[in-house]
Design a binder for this molecule. Structure first.
Ligand code: SF4
Ligand code: SF4
Length: 299
């Protein structure tokens, strides 16, 4: 479709064939995720480390973990079979910025082999400020930060601890550090012209109302899209919140919050919470066709 008049062409270039940033593009362009960075530096109350990270993907499923070399082979195999492939994302399980060496090795290798692929990562933001310069050097022009709060008192209910500066922090102290690092990371990305999407996991009774405030903060700091995703509550897959059995939002509760955010940062409504090893158009998952043992050794 045509570029809106008020948008500059460099920005248009960045969004027009990225399925997660453009509603148009999500029908025509495919993305794939490779799960190369399983280590994480925070604990979300809704996370069970055995399964995918809710930063970007559907928690509660187990993705195929790959080394950077395996990831490269897989991306080449998919690029040969799926002509619409336009984006490679690293989106959990774990944190792409904390498990940085693996993320960096993967992005560099793929960029060398497939010149026009867009590179994308998702992160909880804690280690993000340390890597913004390298992300820009590697031409990563899309980053997603999961931001569930801007008030450390609320954050303390979501994050029991973080690991930062060689030690564990807990409670409000932990949430405050995470909050400051998320805002700093977002500001640094905006300053470099890297398009940033914010994901918020809506947790009823914890941060549902508060997401209005989150929306204001991220808009002021230049976020391009705000994506509110429901907590997926499945006790068998470790949505624990202590033992209280936190419930998921209903479809109506989710829509009510999303409607109240209209007019803030542009809302993303076509997100399907894809797996950390998803392959294909959004809403489609061909990951099982491209597991590493099906990808030939001689690529
Ligand atoms: Fe789990 Fe992701 Fe949270 Fe880390 S950031 S604790 S992997 S949900
Ligand atoms: Fe990038 Fe997130 Fe889309 Fe994956 S789901 S391609 S990490 S924006």
């Amino acid at each position: 479709s045509a570029k809106p008049d008020e948008m500059d062409s460099a920005l248009w270039q960045k969004i027009s064939d990225h399925p997660c940033y453009s509603e148009e593009a999500h029908h025509y362009f495919a993305r794939m995720h490779v799960a190369v960075a399983p280590a994480c530096n925070i604990q979300c109350n809704y996370c069970n480390r055995k399964y995918d990270c809710a930063n970007e993907s559907r928690p509660g499923v187990v993705s195929e973990k790959l080394t950077p070399d395996q990831a490269l082979r897989k991306v080449i195999a998919v690029a040969n079979e799926v002509p619409q492939l336009s984006v490679l994302g690293i989106a959990g399980p774990g944190d792409a910025c904390y498990d940085w060496d693996k993320t960096k090795a993967t992005l560099e290798r793929v960029a060398r082999e497939i010149r026009d692929i867009k590179l994308c990562i998702s992160t909880n933001g804690l280690a993000l400020p340390d890597h913004v310069a390298e992300l820009a050097d590697m031409n990563v022009d899309h980053v997603t930060i999961t931001i569930n709060m801007v008030d450390p008192e609320i954050g303390a209910k979501i994050y029991p601890w973080i690991f930062y500066n060689h030690r564990r922090h807990t409670g409000i102290d932990a949430a405050r550090i995470l909050h400051e690092r998320q805002m700093l990371g977002l500001e640094m990305l905006t300053a470099r012209g890297i398009l940033t999407k914010i994901n918020s996991v809506m947790i009823p009774g914890v941060n549902d109302e508060h997401l209005i405030e989150v929306n204001k903060w991220v808009k002021e700091r230049g976020a391009f899209l705000h994506n509110v995703v429901p907590l997926i509550s499945d006790p068998a897959h470790g949505t624990h919140f202590g033992l209280t059995g936190q419930r998921a939002p209903t479809a109506l509760e989710l829509k009510t919050v999303q409607d109240r955010l209209e007019g803030g940062v542009k809302l993303m409504r076509h997100c399907r919470q894809c797996r950390a090893d998803a392959v294909g158009l959004l809403g489609e998952d061909r990951g099982q066709e491209f597991t590493i043992d099906q990808v030939s050794d001689d690529i």
